[in-house]
Write a protein that binds this ligand. Structure first.
Ligand code: F6R
Length: 606
């Protein structure tokens, strides 16, 4: 949610800032802007994406220090005035800010009382004015930022430029900021992958940190004024291909990357001889595993759907009660935490504020949380300190695809590992491992021959709403299919466990209503087929996702078959046609597939 990029060094800042913004754009794209210091600081900002910003930038902007921002609006509408950077009244201070200042109303009112004319409706602008006021006390940039932030309540990742100082001061509280250390140059980014083109040496700021940067130095301190013990670290260099290549959209690229992403995820993590998983990062001894009373998995959106599948697998294989819960609800319900229970935080970005709050709630009440995380070194990965990296590589389309598959894969390996220590036989473990190893190849096979996706698109693209139904392990797959189609094609979608359909959603059906069924060849298939008949009897058009070689290929108006897999692994196959239906429907409707309206990739506000 909102992206920040900054530069200080020997090169011209503007091109680096614009390129940094391009890489961060998936974090928010309501407006973009840059500020470059060349004596005075000049600001260029505009509603729209980086492409629109480029249209207003002069051919050459001189200056070797600058900050940049791509916005996802929280306070104030999507206007040029509300776009970042924001300048103070006398123009001595320019800031970009991610996060939410909760006492902004109070700060803004007191500034107005002092005669400051605010130029925007944002919470962020207030910080620029207060920093300028504090700067007038001792002309010390770091102290001015520190004193200002002590007056603020809320969350921030903030970068500050000063007309009278060749320095950038940045600070973090709840919104990620990473400093990239180059040779006689420094970069700042809200996301590590915007740094990889420049340097591998990074400092992940922790909450409460303040960093004062020159081209050759980083001084770390804390909000309270003491020294910070935050350390420098090295970015992984095999993070994966972040550029689009020959694909028209990131979403399609990432759908096609799923076979390789799963190969990475399982590599070295399967004990073929013992029929078990080998997830070392969990740091769980067999004795601990044997005593787990229950498992809770937390996540939002797609990650919640993956967590839901993980919960079903854990319960099935390990015979431990396991439930997935939505992070944004969790802490508000004052949950009871059993310190012996196992908690997982499932997240692609590792920065989702709702999931961070849920983790903190568990930790506060004495529980441990394990991360199931994609972005290495992200806030949640560090907060949990233990867990599993899912190794999807960079996911840049707002609609998550390959991260979902790898979350399911990682949780499957965990379920297998605990299952083997408590319940299932070696033979059953080996059978599942064999199934997992086949998945990448089967996915490639399916992607080669995808079935009548366009026919499905024709049925859904003009529909008032689309119903997604599945049972058992396919119920969360239905949920995920509905989320995908809704978020990128803006079609209202409902997902239900198929058995629930007759308890309410059936009322929606009329002649021609599209209903998408996910019915792999498992023990609930015949029950799902009954629901298909009930929908058909009301005139619904059925899009059926099923398995090759089963006996239900005649049940749909449009039938899309996926290769046959181990029953417990079917979500890894059945989700792919749903991703493709969403993608092609969005295209058919002229939607911006990778940057759907109102959304952002990394939701860093609660
Ligand atoms: C859907 C989507 C979102 C995210 C959700 C959680 O395609 O991308 O629903 O899954 O915002 O994000 P992470 O996984 O980063 O915690």
């Amino acid at each position: 949610m909102c992206g920040i990029f900054g530069y200080i060094g020997p090169h011209q800042a503007a091109p680096l800032l614009v390129e940094g913004l391009r890489r961060l754009e998936y974090r928010g794209y309501d407006s973009t802007g840059i500020a470059v210091k060349n004596g005075a600081v000049t600001i260029h900002k505009k509603v729209g994406k980086v492409q629109e910003l480029r249209t207003i930038l002069p051919a050459s902007i001189k200056g070797q220090i600058g900050i940049a921002h791509t916005r996802w609006a929280t306070h104030g509408g999507v206007t040029d005035e509300n776009a970042h950077p924001h300048a103070s009244s006398e123009g001595k201070v320019v800031i970009v800010h991610n996060g939410i200042i909760e006492n902004a109303r109070l700060l803004r009112t007191s500034l107005e009382v002092q005669g400051v004319e605010l130029q925007s409706e944002t919470d962020s602008e207030a910080l620029a004015h207060i920093i300028e006021r504090e700067l007038s006390i001792d002309n010390n940039p770091e102290e001015a930022v520190r004193r200002t932030l002590r007056q603020a309540r809320g969350t921030w990742g903030i970068c500050v430029l000063f007309t009278d100082h060749d320095t950038i001061v940045c600070a973090r509280n709840g919104s990620p900021l990473i400093i990239g250390q180059g040779v006689e140059e420094m970069f700042i980014s809200s996301d590590p992958h915007a740094l990889t083109a420049h340097t591998q040496q990074v400092i992940y700021l922790e909450d409460g940190d303040i960093a004062t940067l020159t081209a050759t130095s980083v001084k770390l301190s804390t909000l309270t004024g003491g020294a910070s013990d935050t350390k420098s670290s090295v970015l992984e260099n095999n993070w994966g291909e972040a550029e689009l290549g020959d694909f028209p959209h990131y979403m399609l690229k990432e759908i096609y990357e799923q076979p390789d992403a799963i190969r990475h995820c399982i590599s070295g993590r399967l004990d073929r001889a013992g029929g078990s998983g080998r997830l070392g990062g969990l740091k769980l001894t067999p004795a601990t595993l044997a005593k787990i009373p229950h498992v809770r998995l937390l996540g939002c959106g797609t990650s919640y759907n993956a967590a839901d599948i993980g919960g079903l697998l854990i319960e099935k294989l390990a015979r431990i009660p396991a439930v997935a819960q939505i992070s944004s609800e969790f802490r508000h319900n004052d949950p009871v935490i059993n310190p012996s229970a196992l908690h997982f935080a499932v997240t692609q970005s590792g920065e989702t504020a709702d999931t961070i709050s849920a983790i903190k709630e568990i930790q506060l009440k004495g529980g441990n949380v394990h991360g199931v995380v994609n972005v290495v070194g992200s806030t949640i990965a560090r907060l949990c300190g233990r867990g599993v990296y899912i190794h999807s590589g960079p996911e840049q389309a707002v609609a998550s695809t390959k991260a979902f598959s790898n979350m399911v894969t990682a949780l499957t390996m965990f379920a297998l590992q605990v299952g083997r220590s408590r319940n299932i036989t070696k033979e059953k473990g080996i059978e599942l491992i064999h199934g997992l190893q086949q998945i990448p190849h089967l996915l490639e096979e399916y992607l080669e021959s995808q079935g009548p996706i366009q026919e499905a698109v024709e049925l859904v693209k003009d529909a008032k709403s689309v119903l997604f139904l599945g049972r058992g392990i396919s119920a969360p797959v239905a949920q995920e299919g509905a989320l995908k189609l809704m978020e990128i094609a803006y079609i209202p979608c409902l997902a239900y466990p198929a058995g629930e359909m007759k308890h309410g959603p059936i009322a929606l059906l009329e002649e021609g209503s599209p209903v998408i069924f996910i019915a792999p060849n498992d023990h609930v298939k015949t029950k799902t087929v009954s629901a298909i008949h009930e929908c058909r009897a009301r005139g619904a058009k059925i899009i059926l996702i099923h398995e090759e070689g089963d006996d239900i290929a005649q049940e749909g108006d449009v039938c899309i078959s996926v290769p046959k897999v181990h029953n417990l692994l079917s979500p890894l196959l059945t989700v792919v046609p749903l991703q493709l239906i969403a993608y092609h429907t969005a295209l058919a409707l002229g939607c911006d597939v990778d940057r759907p309206r109102n959304l952002a990739k990394s939701v860093t506000v609660e």
